[in-house]
Design a protein around this ligand. Structure first.
Ligand SMILES: *Cc1c(COP(=O)(O)O)cnc(C)c1O
Length: 433
């Protein structure tokens, strides 16, 4: 039996080898080395790639909203994408890449240590796991199930509670909620805390979910009096670019940023920056170790993409980045100029999404169309346009909208899309004229 199957097995494996060699050649963009390259797709077809959105029937959209995960947030800049594509062709030892990427980012962002995480939410989980370990004599594999009787509290102001609390719970941590400074000192003194969490954008001058009583500096000072590490969630808080080192320089032990928002790295990447002793523990809890970070795998493509995105951000000045966003706003303003009752205003939220947003106010009695009708018209246009979700809403997160205000987030627009958005909004506003 083996005699009859052997030649065939040899034939198959040889064919498989040729297919592998040919596709490798194609992937490297070189001319085919083997003449039996029947299975080889042409290099042109490879570099163009199949349009799977078209193949799957998923409509592409124009993102005039902002860095919203439901809209897949940022698109990587060409330089970042090219770096990812290059890295994707070569395996490496994951630990080597994690360590070197962390060191490089820490050096560029002026902090002691850095971890490329699966996003800001993943960073919060790794931060919590690191602090749980720091406060207790436990192993990576003890969380969340084997920590009875251990320290497990994260102190948070009531006004800073949010959905991302779950990123902490999954390590076995629980939240101690405080309101006043006295509450906070008592909670710190009780000796159960492993970490404090500060939601950076909650200090926005417009306030989110009620106003917190304890400011950033005081929060940090008290925690450090009690030797409790402070984590700051600054996920959406770049730009300004200098925020990437401002908060670690202030003394926050750990700071989380989303990679797929303003930094424009891969959407499923993020950064945990801070004190090396803690980022080292975060690394220990990260994939491929089988602790809480195992399901938050960050592949070589995202790690390299995140490093390249940091380089991309740092290749800009604050003025060039904000100036580019302002130009997009100006083009849309010009497109809606002169429509009866329409006024425009540019607002820059204080902390999160600190970029120019365009507010287009109008009187529906004059235009004959409502906010809801305009949103629907844009959504069903070709290509569909999604406006910022603060459109038609009460003032929120630094955006003073109202029922008759369209909010345009320009920073996630691709080149040329500002003109399309301007034209479509003009059409929508004047459809009854
Ligand atoms: C977006 C955001 C997150 C989550 O970021 P991901 O990178 O999507 O995980 C966490 N916290 C805040 C305040 C955010 O705005």
């Amino acid at each position: 039996m083996s005699a009859s199957t052997e030649p065939q097995a040899g034939f198959l494996s040889r064919r498989r080898f040729f297919r592998w060699a040919s596709s490798l050649t194609a992937a490297l963009g070189a001319a085919p080395l083997f003449s039996s390259a029947k299975t080889l797709s042409s290099p042109t077809a490879w570099s163009d790639g199949e349009d799977y959105y078209a193949k799957l029937g998923v409509p592409t959209i124009i993102n005039a909203a902002g860095t919203y995960t439901t809209l897949t947030a940022a698109c990587m800049p060409a330089e970042v994408l090219a770096a990812v594509q290059k890295a994707a062709l070569h395996p490496v030892r994951l630990h080597d890449l994690q360590r070197k990427a962390g060191e490089y980012i820490a050096q560029r962002l002026k902090c002691e240590g850095a971890v490329v995480t699966s996003g800001a939410s993943g960073a919060i989980s790794l931060a919590t796991a690191a602090c749980m370990q720091h406060a207790n004599n436990i192993n990576v594999l003890d969380m969340p199930q084997a920590i009875d009787g251990m320290k497990n509290q994260v102190i948070v102001q009531r006004a800073h509670r949010y959905g991302y609390d779950r990123a902490m719970y999954l390590c076995g941590a629980r939240v101690t909620e405080v309101v006043t400074l006295d509450d906070y000192k008592r909670a710190c003194g009780a000796g159960h805390a492993v970490m404090t969490n500060f939601f950076n954008a909650a200090e926005d001058e417009y306030g989110i979910a009620g106003s917190a009583q304890i400011g950033r500096e005081e929060w940090l000072r008290v925690a450090h009096e009690y030797k409790i590490p402070c984590h700051l969630d600054a996920a959406a808080d770049m730009p300004p670019i200098s925020n990437l080192w401002k908060y670690t320089a202030m003394g926050f032990d750990l700071v989380a940023f989303s990679g797929g928002k303003g930094i424009r790295g891969p959407q499923n990447a993020g950064l945990l920056l801070g004190r090396k002793s803690l980022t080292d523990l975060a690394h220990e809890n990260n994939n491929p170790e089988e602790g809480i970070g195992r399901g938050m795998k960050v592949a070589k493509e995202q790690i390299v993409g995140m490093v390249a995105a940091v380089d991309w951000v740092l290749s800009h000045t604050e003025e060039s980045m904000q100036g580019d966003y302002q130009k997009r706003v100006d083009r849309i303003v010009a497109a809606v100029k002169g429509i009866p009752s329409v006024t425009t205003e540019t607002v820059v939220p204080q902390i999160a999404n600190h970029v120019p947003h365009l507010l287009i106010r109008f009187d529906p009695a004059v235009t004959g169309v409502t906010t809801g009708q305009i949103v629907a018209a844009l959504r069903t246009a070709n290509p569909p346009i999604e406006l910022n979700p603060n459109t038609g809403q009460k003032p929120n997160q630094g955006i003073p909208a109202d029922a008759n205000t369209l909010v345009v987030g320009v920073w996630m627009l691709q080149p040329g899309e500002d003109a399309i958005v301007g034209r479509r909004i003009r059409t929508a506003l004047t459809q009854k004229a």
